[in-house]
Each structure stands twice: as C-alpha cells, then as structure tokens.
Design a protein around this ligand. Sequence first.
Ligand code: IFM
Length: 471
Amino acid sequence: MANDASAVFDTLSPAVSRGSLADSFTPPADSTLWRKNFLLGAATASYQIEGAVNEDGRLPSIWDTFSAIPGKVLAGDTGAVACDHYHRWEADVEMLASLGLEGYRLSIAWPRVMDAAGVPNRKGLDFYKRLLNRLKEKGITTFVTLYHWDLPQHLEDRGGWLNRDTAYRFADYADLMSRELAGTVDAWATLNEPWCSAYLGYGNGHHAPGLADDRFATQAMHHLLLAHGFAVPVLRANDPASQKGIVANIGRGTPNSNSAADQRAAHLFEVQHNAWILDPLLKGAYPQDLFELWPGTEPLVLEGDMQTISAPLDFLGINYYFRTNVASDGAHGFRDVPLEGVERTQMGWEVYPDGLRDLLTGFKKTYHNLPPIYITENGMASDDQVTDGHVEDTQRISFLKRHLAAVDQAIKAGVDIRGYFLWSLMDNFEWAFGYERRFGVVHVDYSTQKRTIKRSAELVAKFLKERKARA
Ligand code: IFM
C-alpha cells in the first residue's frame, strides 16, 4: 500500500473532499503550522483508555457506577478494560513517539491516586510517575488534566459537584499531584470541559452522575470553576515552572434565519456553551443572559468566589468539534434546526471548520485578557475498519486538514494559538456511546487490543518529519 499522501487524496470521494485535496496533507508553504514551536500532539483521558478499574487500589468513579446502569451507555459498554492502557502504556508511548507526535495530553484518574480520607495511593501515583518520566525521556511535551470526568464515587455520594466541599477536595488532590509530579508536567489543566460535567452530568443527565435539573447544572458549574480557582495557586506553588490552565469545549451556534428572534437564539446558544464558562474565568462574572435562558437558576456564590475563579491563566485549552444551527423556540430559548445536505461525522456532528476560526477570532475581541490558546482537542469519529492491515480514514484526513487550516487562519488574524492536539491518539470509550464511535488516529481492536496506525496518523507523522527536517 502506498504511503504517499497524494495517493490517499486521489481516493477521496467528492462527498468527503472539500477544496483541493489532490495535494498532500502537508500545509501550504505560508502556513503558520510550519513554525517548529507550534506544538502538534495527541490527547486521551484516563477513563476512556486505562481500564484496570479494580486494580492497585483504584476506587470506583461515577463513570463505573453510571455505565453499570442498563441503558445509560450504548451496548452496555463500560470502561472496565477500555484500551487496557494501564498495562500497555509502554507500547502506547512507543507508538506515540514513533509517530513523531511532540505533545501528549493525558488525564489522571482521581480515584486511582488517593482514598476517601485523602491518603495517597502509592501504586496509582507510581503509574503516572512512570508514564510521565517515560514521556519526558522521549522528549514529549506533557499536558496533564486533573479532572476529565472520573469523579470518585465517594465524593458523588456526598453530593458530588453540587457540594461545595468537592471543590476543596479537588484542591487537596491538585496539591498531592503537583507535589508528586512536579518536574514531569509541562502544562497542568485543572478541568476538562466543565460544560459537559455540569450540563450533561447534572443538567440533562446524559453523562454521569445522570441528574437532570438546570439549577443543578449552574450550581455544579460554579463548584467546578471554584475547584479550578482553588487549584491554580496550589499548582503554582508546587510546580512553578509549569503552565497552568483549563480546558473548555466551545460550540458555534448559527441562526437559522436573519430574524431577530433567531439571531438572539444563536447568541443564547453561544452564551450557554461558551460565555457560561469563559465569562467567569476571564471577566469574573456569569453572563446575565444565561439566566434569561434558564430563569431562576442563579447559583449560590460566596464573597470572593469570582475573584478566585478569574485568577490569571497561563493558557486556555479549547476543544472544538461542530456547529449547531438554531432557531428561536418561541419563548426565551433556542431549538436545534439540523441542516440538510451538510457533511457529518459518525456522531452526526456537522463538519464546520470555519466555526473554530470564527469563535477564536471572536474571543479575541470579547476578552481583552484572552490567554495563549492550545487547541486541546479536535477530531472526528468514523466507522473505521482494518482492511489488509490498513485503515483508510479519508474523511478524518480531510477533516484534520481543514481544521488545521482554520487554526492557521485564526493565528494569521492575530489569535495567539500555540498548539493543537488530535482527539484522539487511539479509539477509546466514547462515554454514552461506548466503543462504537471511533475517534482515534490509531485503530484499536478491542477483542485483541491490537493497535493499527490509521492513514491519518501516517500523514500527520509525515508532516512532522518534514517539518523537523526543514528546521
Ligand atoms: O471523547 C470526548 C472527550 O472525552 C471530551 N471531548 C469530546 C470528546 C469526543 O466526544
């Protein structure tokens, strides 16, 4: 099978291709992606890849509990084995390094590293120490997320993110991790996608712990952001050389018509998806429009909380996947109006690279103190099959190329973007969708745990090799 990129693009179906894909994956000569300090890496998360949920003293997390409830996860899948990364981490690091990826974003499983009384679990800590030391030996830049949704179940039993005390427990956890891992982490992210933890977990119940009340969502969000705010100074004190930030998923909302009502609906969509998180972090206040959308859901905020939440960040991680077309719901909200005839992924999400560029350039205008940005996740799911030992993930190749071009455009428009992480390094447990949805640039056969490098990863590796050679 040809390794030549042009051969791959020649096989792209017109439905999949956009623009001229007869050339290679390699960006144009004037692209900022050629800058060798633009970090290109891949991301994963603990519960999605590690497995070994009962090993070495790991305690149950809310996702163990949630995925065990019939009907919550497609096909009854759970993260019990996942990619078995807890046992296969050495080979996985070799694979990452063999692709020439320069950065690796991983998360730590809180239930693996300390017990309910806060006593450290040495075996769990050692796992992350070995992993991070190996990554550093390989010269890979490490981004570590402290919370990518696997809350210890014992904390949920005491109210989870509805309980302010969880924010204090999070600061204790951040303290332990930054004392133990200082020197091996280049960048700490406190939380991954608080929108998902708060809204999907407590607002509509699609994610663990499965509660559904808008008032819960806003209170959970406040405690999540507070946890972030408490953790940042702790991380700064224990590991001064590293960068500290947070990761937010952002959504593009576009109006279904030019009517004022639909324009307002699109605005409210972005308030709910973006400003709900970014305003408190960067302006020190919740957007009041949020409470037009969800009247009577103002969270309980104590004096000093907003200052804690809005302390300066070294970086902001941005995760972007799709846009949502919306119309007014006739009251004070919005409703989705899915567009016909647009390109979609296995998730049903619309492929819309311009949304990434437009949101980034918009944030630069809205937030005068916008920190340097890393795209900490971007990618897509497709029903990839291994044929003769190869995976031709043509739609993903095109997707990545177009989104990287959008990043380049945003940089050229003046946004300080310093890197990009593919979601994901390998196929993994896609939360409520289990193992059916494949986001990896590496295919995982879950019955054998065999990893197969997809064509997209080969092309990224080829570009990185070329870039290194030119440098
Ligand atoms: O798999 C998730 C990840 O855990 C968080 N961001 C979105 C990804 C795709 O849904």
